[in-house]
Design a protein around this ligand. Structure first.
Ligand code: KIV
Length: 265
């Protein structure tokens, strides 16, 4: 891979059955390492509220935070597609979502915006897509709703919940989302969604059956005080940040990560 990753390229990987490797980055130094290592997607995640700011959750992250960090990442990303999170309460109405997404693209250099929600956000996704803004959905565990769940809990464990999450995936696809993150859902549900939607699914705590995987870079490097169950420390076995990133990509591409010990049944 020597050219800029596009949405069509990712779609081609899904069709060819080749896994997609994604990581979060919040600054130029990490983004450069990932870009050179061949990661296909760099996500400027609002997880920065927790790993950079030390907050309990992502709710205090602002538009200004996301623009600031996205700018650093997009400046050095020559190949990887830069996806940025729309922060909490920045996409409550279609027009607010469009204004904020355009700011993230024009000022931050984002190529795709990501927002949390499924059927409930389909109209907003449709509004963004109709304005030419590429959108990545995010369903299953939605960290911006952590206070509603009462903690970071696996979603879709019973049949009724699973059907709702599948319906969310289909609603996002129908609204024009170009890909979707599936977070903390059982392996079988993630596989079913991946088979039933035509756009790439990127999993985190959703098993190896997704079209791609994403992890928070601080978890890959063992820097988070409470590394989540679905993450793996790749620095331990490699000894440098560059080789940890390369090993992560290799493990995703060859299907050795995530293992069942990083997934929910
Ligand atoms: O904010 C983030 O880093 C994310 C990933 C966990 C998918 O949304």
């Amino acid at each position: 891979m020597n050219e800029k990753v596009t949405i069509d390229y990712l779609q081609g990987l899904k069709q060819a059955g080749e896994k997609i490797a994604a990581l979060t980055a919040y600054d130029a130094s990490f983004a450069r390492i990932m870009d050179e290592a061949g990661v296909e997607i760099i996500l400027v995640g609002d997880s920065l509220g927790m790993v950079l700011h030390g907050a309990e959750d992502t709710l205090s992250v602002s538009m200004q935070d996301m623009i600031y960090h996205c700018k650093m990442v997009s400046r050095v990303s020559r190949q990887a597609l830069v996806v940025v999170d729309m922060p909490y309460r920045s996409y409550e109405t279609g027009s607010e979502a469009c204004d904020n997404a355009l700011e993230l693209m024009e000022m931050g250099g984002a190529e795709v915006v990501k927002l949390e929600g499924g059927a409930d956000k389909a109209k907003i996704v449709e509004d963004l897509v109709s304005r030419g803004i590429p959108v990545c959905g995010h369903i299953g565990l939605q960290p911006q709703s952590v206070r509603k769940y009462g903690g970071y809990k696996v979603q879709g464990r019973n049949e009724e919940q699973a059907e709702l999450i599948l319906a969310d995936a289909k609603a996002l696809q129908a609204a024009g989302a170009c890909m979707m993150v599936l977070e903390c859902i059982p392996v079988a549900l993630a596989e079913r969604i991946t088979n039933e939607v035509s756009v790439p699914t990127i999993g985190i705590g959703a098993g190896a059956g997704c079209d791609g995987q994403v992890l928070v870079i601080y978890d890959v490097l063992g820097l988070s005080p409470h590394s989540p169950y679905m993450a793996k420390n790749f620095l331990n076995e490699t000894g440098s940040i560059r080789s940890a990133v390369k090993e992560y990509i290799h493990a995703v591409k060859t299907g050795t990560f995530p293992g069942l010990e990083h997934s929910f049944i």
